[in-house]
Each structure stands twice: as structure tokens, then as C-alpha cells.
Design a protein around this ligand. Structure first.
Ligand SMILES: *Cc1c(COP(=O)(O)O)cnc(C)c1O
Ligand SMILES: [Zn+2]
Length: 456
């Protein structure tokens, strides 16, 4: 495929340079340990820039040398490199040293299930289950790096706004680092699993009367005024950690890049991180072909999909509404860098309805894999792209399952106990007397897979 890779030249710093932060808007450079979350000159978002890793001879490591180094790191150091994030330390935060705050996280499985592949409509569909991270979502990959940076800059407290998973993750990592944590979540809009986790890990939790976009505004103002280190996804170090979803899946596929990487998209931090990871992986010689990114939004929260449909000429914001609360975001903070990710990877952005999300979730759940609603948007989106002929039958697809099935027990109760969705039969639990006769009667009335010989 013919694609403009010219920006590659500016991805990496010259050999031997120290990593630093750079403003995406005005280009100003800030030292690595600059603690302000945004450019102090113009308020723009910051991006981390690294020089290529060097080998023992002081020369730039080749792609093969770097692949070998990553493979060696797997079992080297229990608290550091055993993590699926810190294994890639050289391209994430090369100077972290002993400051690392790691659970450890990452090392999530790529799973293949026939039922999911059939539903999507191509054979080679792998689900990378980020719900298998320590707090049940990919946010841990960003948070281990963000919390490490908080320690490095001497932060005395940390804060975030969240639709739930970021707050759960922040609470856990702050507890490990011994830092007090303050989280802002939209009142009444956070899935039960996420809210209760945040409380359990001990973060001071504020239920804001407003939506996520209000929370984000509020945390930025408060952090500045109260001198608290901000760990939202605008924090560039979180994106460095989230890049490792891509590095790890490429490593799992033997550095033979798939045709597509499909992910749910809300605040667009992950889309931006994936684009940065692919640019760097390509520039470092780790891959010689760039997969296309497909970002999938919920139809009721699809400003980025609208913007893509208009050739990215305008930036849209909407009043968000979807049952997929993790992507219920109307004004995504990382819009501009996500545009770069889609453009660089020749990607696409689309939206799927809540009905599509629930239908895909049923398939993922029934395969014994399970995920939270927002995660199912990736499988629903892959299916839509196959139906439109954008994904071809021979393409290899990696769909990111961003969060664990237990994050949102409320929707499972609605799907199965209250039968609130008409798209498929609910798997309603049946209360019985404690007698074998009652069990046999249930299996007669609801045979569903239990053979008649079992019953005779
Ligand atoms: C945060 C989150 C998303 C959205 O990621 P963005 O970086 O905000 O686009 C999707 N799914 C889950 C489960 C999440 O926690
Ligand atoms: Zn600036």
C-alpha cells in the first residue's frame, strides 16, 4: 500500500539525545521531569519523544536486536521487566530506573474463538484481552508509567477524571506508591464494578453532578489550583504505557503485523497511543508493514466518527449518550493526535449502535471470554467493516477487548435477569427447591443443550 511515511523521520530524536516532552501545538520542548500536564507556554498537549535505543557498541539497535532485547526481558526482573509494559522500557521510559511502580501489568492473552470469528466474518480474528490487567482494564498500562512519573517528579498527590476504569486504576497504583488519590466521576454514570473498586483501593471519590466532560474540566482546574499531579489520559506518560498494547501484540504475532487493529474509542487516548506505537515500531525497524487502525465509537458518542466522515476538516463535540459508559465522551481530549494516528495508519473511524454493542457482547460473553460493553464495540466494528467490504476475508484482525466482563454487572442483570433487551433470549436464573426432582423438572422445561439421555 502506498502511504506517506515521511513524518517518520521526525518520530525519533537523534541518537544519544535525552528523552523530552514536546508541545504538539507550539513545538516548545520541556525536560523529561517537567511536571505540568500541558505546555506551560500555550496550553497545548505534550508528547514524549525518545532517541532510538543503542546497543553495546553505542550504535542504534536494529529492529532484530531490539526484538531480541524485548524477548530477553520477559523473565529478567520480577518487579520490572516481567511486566508487559516495562519489558518495553527502552521505548516507553528509558530512564525509569528504580522508580518503577508496577503491579506488574500487561502480558495479556491474544485469544481466538471460532464463535467470535464467525460473528465478525473472517477467520483470523484475535481478541487481545486487556480486561486481564490487574484492575481489569488497559488503563493499568498507562497508569504504571504515569504513577512512576508522579514518583519521579516528587508529586504529593494524584488526580484524574474518569468514566470509571481510570479511577479504579489510579486508585490501585496510588495505593501502591503511597500517594493520596482524588478522582472525579460523573454521578450516576459509572458502572458498579469500577466505582466499588475505586472505593476499595481507597481513593477520595467525588461524584460530580455533570458528565465526563465536566469532570475533565474540573480536574484540570483543581489540579492546577491545588498542586496535584494530573494523571488523565492527556498526561503524555500514560500514552507511553498504552503504546505497549501494540508492541506486545506485535511481539505475540512474531512481529508479523496484522492487517487491522480494531479498538473502541472514547477520549481517543488509546487511538493516539496506538498511532504513536505504530510510527515508532516502523521507524525502529520492528515491523515493515503498518497495520490499519479502526477506531470504533458508540453511535450516541461519535464525534470522532463524524469528524472522520467529513475528512477531519472539523472537530465535532456532542452530548454523549450510550450504555457503553467507558466511551460515553462527547469532546475527546486527544482528538488531534488521534487524527494523526488514523491518517498515518490509513485507518478508519466508524460508529456502531448500542444494539450492535449488546449483540457483539452476547457473542463474546457466550464464548466464555466476556468483556464490558465498550469493549464489544471493537468486535461489532470489525463485523461492520467486514460487511462493508473494508476488511477483506483474508485479513488478519486484532480486536482489543478493553475491559473485564465484571466491570459492569448492572448491564448483565439487565440482559439476563430483567430481560431488558429484546435482541436475544435472556439466560435467567431459576430458583428451585433443594430437591433433585426440581432440578430434573427445570432441565425438562428448559432443555437448552442437556440431552434427553441426561434426563432419562
Ligand atoms: C478508557 C476506555 C476506553 C476508551 O479509551 P480512550 O482512550 O478513552 O479512547 C474503552 N474501553 C474501556 C473499557 C475503557 O476503560
Ligand atoms: Zn505549546
Amino acid at each position: 500500500m502506498d502511504r506517506d511515511l515521511s513524518i517518520d523521520a521526525s518520530v525519533l530524536l537523534p541518537l544519544g539525545s535525552a528523552s523530552h516532552q514536546q508541545c504538539e501545538s507550539c513545538g516548545a520542548e520541556w525536560p523529561e521531569l517537567h511536571a505540568a500536564p500541558q505546555c506551560t507556554t500555550c496550553g497545548g498537549l505534550l508528547v514524549i519523544r525518545h532517541a532510538p535505543p543503542v546497543n553495546a557498541r553505542g550504535a542504534q539497535m536494529s529492529g532484530a536486536e531490539l526484538q531480541h532485547a524485548f524477548a530477553q526481558h520477559c523473565c529478567a526482573r520480577p518487579q520490572g521487566h516481567a511486566s508487559g509494559v516495562w519489558r518495553f522500557e527502552q521505548v516507553v521510559m528509558p530512564t525509569a530506573g528504580d522508580a518503577i511502580v508496577s503491579w506488574p501489568e500487561g502480558n495479556t492473552a491474544l485469544v481466538h474463538r471460532n464463535a467470535i470469528a464467525q460473528y465478525v466474518g473472517v477467520d483470523s480474528v484475535w481478541c487481545k484481552h486487556e480486561g486481564m490487567n490487574p484492575t481489569g482494564s488497559f488503563k493499568d498500562r498507562g497508569m504504571t508509567v504515569g504513577t512512576t512519573q508522579a514518583v519521579r517528579v516528587g508529586a504529593t498527590a494524584v488526580a484524574c477524571a474518569s468514566t470509571g476504569n481510570t479511577s479504579a486504576s489510579l486508585a490501585a497504583y496510588a495505593a501502591q506508591a503511597g500517594l493520596p488519590a482524588l478522582v472525579f466521576v460523573p454521578a450516576g454514570q459509572v458502572a458498579l464494578g469500577k466505582l466499588t473498586q475505586t472505593l476499595a483501593y481507597g481513593a477520595r471519590t467525588l461524584l460530580v453532578r455533570g458528565d465526563f466532560d465536566d469532570c475533565l474540566r474540573l480536574v484540570q482546574e483543581s489540579a492546577q489550583e491545588l498542586g496535584i499531579y494530573l494523571l488523565n489520559s492527556i498526561n503524555p506518560w500514560r500514552l507511553e504505557g498504552q503504546k505497549t498494547i501494540v508492541f506486545e501484540l506485535l511481539q505475540q504475532l512474531g512481529w508479523d503485523a496484522p492487517e487491522w487493529i480494531v479498538l473502541p474509542a472514547g477520549n481517543l487516548g488509546n487511538t493516539a497511543a496506538f498511532g504513536k506505537a505504530l510510527r515508532e515500531a516502523h521507524a525502529l525497524g520492528l515491523i515493515n508493514r503498518v497495520p490499519r487502525i479502526a477506531s470504533v465509537q458508540a453511535a450516541g458518542a461519535a464525534p470522532f466518527a463524524h469528524s472522520f466522515a467529513g475528512g477531519f476538516r472539523t472537530r465535532t463535540r456532542v452530548q454523549a449518550d450510550t450504555l457503553a459508559t467507558a466511551i460515553r465522551i462527547g469532546d475527546p481530549a486527544s482528538h488531534n493526535r488521534a487524527v494523526q494516528a488514523i491518517t498515518f495508519s490509513n485507518g478508519v473511524v466508524l460508529s456502531v449502535t448500542d444494539e450492535d454493542i449488546v449483540a457483539a457482547k452476547r457473542v463474546i460473553d457466550a464464548a466464555g471470554v466476556g468483556c464490558e460493553p465498550a469493549s464489544a464495540a471493537s468486535v461489532a466494528g470489525a463485523r461492520a467493516l467486514v460487511q462493508r467490504g473494508v476488511i477483506n476475508s483474508g485479513d488478519r484482525v486484532v480486536a482489543i477487548l478493553t475491559g473485564h466482563v465484571l466491570k459492569d454487572p448492572g448491564i448483565l442483570v439487565r440482559m439476563h435477569q430483567d430481560a431488558a433487551f429484546a435482541d436475544a433470549p435472556a439466560n435467567t436464573p431459576i430458583e428451585i427447591d433443594a430437591k433433585v426432582g426440581a432440578v430434573a423438572q427445570v432441565l425438562r422445561e428448559h432443555p437448552s443443550g442437556f440431552s434427553s439421555t441426561t434426563l432419562s
